[in-house]
Design a protein around this ligand. Structure first.
Ligand code: SF4
Ligand code: SF4
Length: 136
């Protein structure tokens, strides 16, 4: 099964000039789309990317990164719903490409499944009361 996830990689100074991303492509057969790259003032490298590939290869690639000393943060974990603001209008259900929102038929409440979120941001723009928030 193929997966596609948006993640943030934090490279400590000692790893900044190592060909780690190249190995993800070559050794683990992963495709990647770099969304943002920067080096912080204390010389930590930061890479925001979308990583795609077979689940097995993806898992091995993540294991390789972790063992190498790269800190991994899932972007999806940073999209949260402000429960006090949500009116359960349902506007987010149709825009979400991953089906992270579902209308529960009995209660008419809209549930949000964090683990399906790729942090694309579409629900943030679509939500009338601005209940969806992106936190970095
Ligand atoms: S669009 Fe916003 S207010 Fe409407 S159900 Fe989704 S999160 Fe709640
Ligand atoms: S940011 Fe919103 S629309 Fe995009 S995947 Fe996550 S929940 Fe779905």
């Amino acid at each position: 099964m193929a997966v596609s996830k948006r993640i943030v990689l934090h490279f400590p100074r000692r790893l900044v000039d190592r060909p780690i991303v190249y190995r993800l492509i070559k050794d683990y057969d992963l495709e990647l789309n770099i969304l943002k790259a920067s080096i912080t003032p204390d010389e930590e490298g930061l890479l925001v990317l979308e990583l795609r590939g077979e689940q097995n290869n993806y898992d091995k690639g993540i294991e390789y990164l972790t063992k190498t000393g790269v800190r991994i943060q899932s972007l999806g974990q940073n999209v949260i719903r402000n429960e006090e603001r949500c009116t359960h209008c349902g506007a987010c259900i149709t825009v979400c490409p991953t089906g992270a929102f579902e209308l529960e038929p009995l209660t008419r409440q809209v549930s949000f499944q964090h683990e399906k979120c790729l942090a694309c941001g579409l629900c943030i723009k679509a939500c009338p009361p601005r209940a969806m928030e992106l936190h970095f």
